[in-house]
Design a protein. Structure first.
Length: 188
């Protein structure tokens, strides 16, 4: 950048228009100094502009990276929640299966709860159980009019109660599916 002093230092007033010009020996030092100052000022301005542009590009790149990071974090949080629910239900499924196979699943209580939920009171019902489950309840006394019937189509741990009003089904698989859906809905 030139200053007024730079311009005035090079200004020469002539009485008439020159026909030619030449630099006097040693007279080019002022011009050379002026050129060097102009080059240095231009270089400084260019470096400052380049730094400003680089800073602007870097800020935009950082902002875009932050947006991508936030989006990835949100997707990861959603996936983590879904995966945690899935894992919890699969663990529960494995534990229920293990307890059913070992005969420690509280079948009598499940049958009594199903009978209570059937709404028939003391009316007649037929409780359909897997043959292994039916055998385990052979000595258990239920209310009058309740019959335990082995049924190969019923999975172990499941209970189906036939009443005059219809069929009440209690299936472990469906109960776990329902829990899974409820947990997924709550985690969102």
């Amino acid at each position: 950048m030139s200053t007024d002093a730079d311009r005035n230092a090079l200004r020469v007033e002539l009485p008439a228009r020159p026909a030619s010009a030449k630099l006097a020996p040693g007279g080019d030092g002022a011009l050379e100094a002026w050129i060097q100052r102009r080059v240095a000022a231009a270089r400084t301005a260019g470096v400052e502009e380049g730094a400003r542009q680089a800073s602007t590009r870097a800020a935009k790149a950082l902002e875009a990276a932050c947006v991508r990071l936030d989006e990835a974090r949100e997707r990861a949080a959603e996936a983590l929640s879904r995966n945690a629910v899935q894992l919890a239900v699969e663990i529960a499924r494995a534990l229920v299966r293990s307890e059913i196979e070992a005969g420690r699943h509280g079948l009598e209580a499940i049958v009594r709860e199903a009978l209570a939920a059937s709404g028939v009171g003391r009316g007649a019902c037929v409780v359909h159980l897997n043959p292994l489950d039916a055998a385990s309840l052979a000595d258990v006394k239920f209310r009058t009019g309740t019959t335990i019937e082995p049924d190969e189509s019923v999975a172990r741990g499941d209970v189906q109660v036939s009443t005059p009003q219809g069929l009440l089904v209690r299936e472990m698989h469906e109960a776990l599916r329902s829990v899974h859906e409820r947990l997924l809905a709550e985690s969102q």
